[in-house]
Design a protein around this ligand. Sequence first.
Ligand SMILES: NC(=O)c1ccc[n+]([C@@H]2O[C@H](COP(=O)([O-])OP(=O)(O)OC[C@H]3O[C@@H](n4cnc5c(N)ncnc54)[C@H](O)[C@@H]3O)[C@@H](O)[C@H]2O)c1
Length: 253
Amino acid sequence: MKTYAMTGGATGIGAAIKTSLREAGHSIIVVDIKDADIVADLSTHAGRDLAIKAVIEAAPEGLDGFISCAGLGSHIPDLSLIANVNYYGTIDLVKGLKDTLALKRGGVVMISSNSAPMPTNTGFVDALLSDDRPKQAQEMESMEGQTVYSATKQAVARWMRRNTAEFAALGIRMNAVAPGYTETPMTAAVKSDPTYREAINQFLASIPIQRAGVPEDMANAVNFLLSDAASFVCGSVIFVDGGHDAMLRPDQF
Ligand SMILES: NC(=O)c1ccc[n+]([C@@H]2O[C@H](COP(=O)([O-])OP(=O)(O)OC[C@H]3O[C@@H](n4cnc5c(N)ncnc54)[C@H](O)[C@@H]3O)[C@@H](O)[C@H]2O)c1
């Protein structure tokens, strides 16, 4: 039996990850803003701090893995919330749990998105990666939800790759999963927004494998990345998107 911690286990993809790990007999500590072992608001510095301390206390022997899944979609009007949960809610926790993960040479899986490599506001991505808050606020003034969302997901993947070697030296394998469109409460909310509905229907019709993803597709990829079968997989961004990224960007990988 292994001990994992995760964020965003209350609904959607995170709930499927939680269920599959529990069904496999593992112990999993869930951090979420609701329905969790540790209730914390990851959009705030205080919430992230509370979550880190509580996870460390709940896993004194160390963690076999950490999955960062909490996230907010592009439909959230307060754009800074998207940045705080998606980016800082991921990297602050990974940094804060580094020593606890090193105790058991645990694995990290971050949930990015297949929107991460799409054209976005790279100035904002750089401002996230350099933790330049005034620049982030300035860039956000001219941005929309979708661009902020994809930028946070790109920043997560790039932060993971930039820090892969340092973490690997401690035995911590970091990887990311980049889901394509997956049926969850988040996509249901975005789809119900008339601004996005038509674009989403067209997007769905263009998925090569001809179906939307389901949360279990992502849980399967996470389980693989956490397992010993993936012991040489390190610093990778795995697209689980029915072929969408390959179709849209065939020559970039
Ligand atoms: N559904 C998709 O199509 C899709 C595609 C690509 C990436 N993703 C990513 O997958 C992850 C899971 O998304 P989902 O689709 O399952 O959505 P979801 O809304 O069902 O799940 C998001 C989870 O994050 C939690 N959360 C939100 N705000 C929080 C906060 N302030 N503090 C703590 N927890 C908070 C929610 O309570 C929920 O459990 C997200 O990071 C999302 O960006 C989803």
